[in-house]
Design a protein around this ligand. Structure first.
Ligand code: HEM
Ligand code: HEM
Ligand SMILES: [Fe+2]
Length: 497
């Protein structure tokens, strides 16, 4: 591998695939930002693109692009680490390659239909061909089935590779989690005309994905990342992972109840949902302690500073966005007022960004280091790290600014529309005309633009980082590794190249 050059041709098959997934992920990330900006502008100028690209279409593309690109980021990360972790080349490379192209073609078709056909009459054909109408997973039925088939193929690749190679704590958790993740998607495919029943199952996908299976998945990725960037001890990292997983499933599964407060489900969900979801921040605190402990223990000596910075951002972002912002509105007594206001959107933005965008970005930095020939990525980069640091700052400043603006808007809505106005139709509109709400929409727009600049800078950094470096990467081989641990799977950073 040549330092600084693009060593794509020399990557293993799994890593090549991972790069492809990351490229599509980034394209969809930019699309997500663009449609977010259009939707945000429509809050300020409701006539903008009216009848051409209505708010509901932009919103749908915005959040579907998000779900899909994050999944692409996760799949890419899994393909990247599976061979290292199993110690053998990817099993079934042809299937894996075909899956990538089929999945990507399906995504392109779905997006084109969203944009150009948009909606159809209320009949089964619309459900199959245009749009299923379930927020976040609007993809039509044909695509649903295609996605399931692709996921089964990817699962086969991962499982077969581990079966052929070796197992570790991380890969065991990963494989079990993938079963749950793919299985839950099926819950979003039932169709019933009874809205509460439909919502009941739909939340199985949305809540149990983001608050259980995705969290466990990023736990695995973070564990692996800490071993690679810092040379953290596998035994310690794996122990943390088990604890976090137990806590996440322990609180996250019944925490589902916080979406069952007002949709026509039995009243006991108020207590069950309130209690268990209030416990959900605990594993997220554990993740912060875990990453800060490991980084501190290794005196922040890492072989990939940008990746480590985004890993730490993940730990804090997850805790604040999901844990704190989620907790704020999770007790039924409070949710009664905040439900359906911009409060949820504030939480939704900070949680998805803090928990998932950050970790995918961290992982892309690992991949880039290898792609550039295991090049130096610690302190003192050729461009003094200006691009990655500014990208980190601008994306975070933009996201925090948007979150705060939405929180203020949500607070005002809870107060004016709910507490004072008693949730009437008139109060609903009144809540959206007061200055605090209107100004917040402008602030959200401004911070959205700032964040978009950050994302573009980030992508520029992805394209250039390491290209002019001449030093090989810092070796951070864990010195305290016992022989049986090495046998168990870990070969350390030094042996990675
Ligand atoms: C990374 C993890 C998380 C993500 C990505 C996330 C994302 C979201 C999103 C997007 C919504 C809005 C859903 C909609 O469209 O109706 C939402 C709602 C909600 N979230 Fe989270 N969330 C996460 C974790 C949490 C946690 C840990 C808690 C509680 C401690 C929580 C509590 C809530 C509550 C109570 C609502 C319902 C708001 C309402 O409908 O009134 N979330 N979440
Ligand atoms: C340029 C930056 C962005 C802008 C201007 C923006 C704007 C918007 C707008 C206007 C909506 C519709 C809100 C509503 O229905 O009231 C929305 C929804 C949403 N956006 Fe963004 N967004 C941006 C970036 C992001 C990012 C980076 C993420 C996460 C990775 C994200 C996640 C979401 C989610 C989860 C929802 C649904 C929230 C809910 O239903 O409560 N957005 N966004
Ligand atoms: Fe939830």
């Amino acid at each position: 591998m040549t330092l600084g050059a693009l060593n794509y041709g020399e990557l293993s098959i799994g890593k090549k695939l991972a790069v492809k997934y990351f490229v599509v992920a980034m394209a969809l990330f930019v699309a997500q930002m663009l449609f977010g900006l259009i939707a945000a502008w429509q809050f300020i100028a409701p006539d903008f693109l009216f009848g051409v690209l209505d708010f509901n279409v932009n919103r749908m593309v915005h959040i579907n692009a998000m779900v899909v690109w994050l999944l692409y980021g996760f799949i890419g990360s899994i393909f990247w680490l599976v061979e290292d972790e199993a110690g053998v080349p990817l099993v079934g490379p042809k299937i894996a390659e075909a899956t990538f192209w089929i999945l990507t073609l399906a995504v392109v078709i779905v997006v084109l239909v969203y944009l150009f056909v948009q909606s159809g009459p209320g009949e089964t054909a619309t459900l199959w061909l245009i749009n299923e109408g379930r927020e976040y997973i609007e993809a039509p039925r044909w695509a649903d089935i295609g996605i399931v088939v692709c996921m089964v193929a990817i699962f086969y690749n991962v499982l077969a590779t581990f079966l052929k190679g070796r197992w570790s704590g991380i890969s065991g958790v990963l494989v079990l989690d993938l079963i749950a993740l793919a299985g839950l998607y099926l819950a979003g495919m039932f169709y019933t005309t009874n809205l509460p029943v439909d919502q009941y199952w739909w939340w199985w996908v949305i809540h149990l994905w983001v608050e259980a299976t995705w969290e466990v998945l990023v736990g695995c990725i973070m564990a692996w990342g800490l071993i690679k960037t810092l040379g953290a001890r596998r035994k310690i990292v794996t122990t943390w992972l088990y604890i976090e997983v137990a806590l996440m499933f322990g609180s996250g599964i019944l925490g589902l109840g916080h979406h069952y407060f007002w949709i026509g489900t039995p009243e006991y969900w108020l207590g069950v949902g309130g209690f268990f979801s209030a416990l959900e921040p605990i594993p997220l605190v554990a993740m912060v302690v875990h990453s800060v402990y490991d980084a501190g223990k290794h005196a922040f000596r890492s072989n990939n500073h940008p990746a480590l910075a985004w890993l730490i951002a993940h730990a804090f972002g997850n805790f604040l966005g999901a844990g704190v912002w989620g907790f704020m509105q999770t007790l039924p007594q409070i949710n009664l007022y905040t439900h359906g206001t911009q409060w949820s959107s504030s939480h939704g933005h900070l949680a998805f960004f803090g928990a998932y965008v950050t970790i995918v970005v961290a992982f892309i930095y690992f991949a880039l280091q290898k792609l550039r020939g295991d090049v130096w990525m610690s302190g003192g980069l050729v461009d003094r790290g200006i691009k990655w640091k500014w990208a980190l700052f601008l994306t975070h400043a933009g996201m925090v600014g948007m979150t705060m603006a939405l929180l203020i808007a949500g607070y005002e809505q809870s107060f004016v529309e709910r507490a004072l106005g008693g949730s009437t139709w008139q109060a609903y509109f009144e809540g959206q005309t007061r200055p605090w709400f209107v100004e917040a929409m402008w602030w959200r727009m401004a911070f959205g633009v700032l964040m978009t600049v950050g994302v573009l800078l980030l992508i520029w950094d992805f394209l250039t980082i390491g290209a002019k470096e001449t030093k090989p990467m810092l070796l951070v081989q864990s010195l305290d590794e016992s022989p049986e641990e090495i046998q168990e799977g870990e070969v350390g950073v030094a042996a990675q190249s």
